[in-house]
Design a protein around this ligand. Structure first.
Ligand SMILES: [Zn+2]
Length: 211
């Protein structure tokens, strides 16, 4: 799982919702292209066609506000014509129309965004894991250590399947990983893979006394 491209089609008025839903998804090593962010960075919506054509999955965010957006319908139609799978997210099942009216998607629960993000990750994991089952431990996030002056890349590998991750979340448990250099520990919510907190490495003073 690296280098895959996810295109997010949505109504302009839903940008905040989309950013909330994708904030942690963006930490995974695949490209996430949110339509309006691309436009704001100087691309015209028409020129998004290239992004769309090269995507491995198109996520269509369907809400009461997107119903009147021509762009979303056209982007969905374009993706399907190119054979790109479309994953609908919707606040209500009835918002799926046309070609995707019976495509199973993810319900957006605004009162429980953690569960929505969890379900979104489940679906992306199955769409973007062509090598095998969901249990294949090839999902990870990587980020630069946030300790000032460290910057060393830190990796969190997801060895668990989605069912197990949800159980851990339910039990209030967190996933952890450490920076190899400064030994800080990072904690993540197993459902959303969202960052929870960082703790200073206990070894830090030790290593100084040893040297
Ligand atoms: Zn570090």
């Amino acid at each position: 799982m690296t280098g895959e491209q996810v295109f997010v089609s949505h109504a302009p008025a839903d940008l905040d919702l989309v950013q909330d839903l994708f904030s942690t998804v963006k930490n995974f090593p695949f490209g996430v292209h949110i339509a309006l962010e691309e436009i704001e960075s100087g691309r015209s919506r028409k020129r998004l066609e290239g992004r769309l054509a090269n995507s491995d999955v198109v996520v269509a965010v369907l809400t009461e506000r997107s119903a009147r957006s021509q762009w979303i319908n056209q982007e969905i139609g374009y993706a399907l014509a190119k054979g790109i799978p479309v994953l609908p997210l919707y606040t209500d099942e009835s918002q799926r129309g046309g070609f995707i009216s019976d495509v199973e998607g993810v319900t957006i629960d605004r009162q429980n965004l953690s569960f929505t993000i969890f379900n979104l990750l489940c679906r992306l994991r199955s769409e973007l894991a062509p090598l095998g089952a969901l249990s294949v431990p090839n999902w990870y996030i990587r980020f630069p250590c946030t300790v000032p002056g460290c910057d060393h890349p830190v990796t969190l590998e997801l060895e668990q399947g989605q069912t197990k991750l949800w159980k851990l979340h339910k039990h209030g448990q967190l996933l952890t990983t450490s920076c190899d250099v400064c030994e800080s520990t990072y904690y993540f919510d197993p459902a959303t893979i969202g960052f929870v907190r960082r703790e200073a490495g206990v070894q830090r003073s030790d290593s100084r006394s040893r040297s």
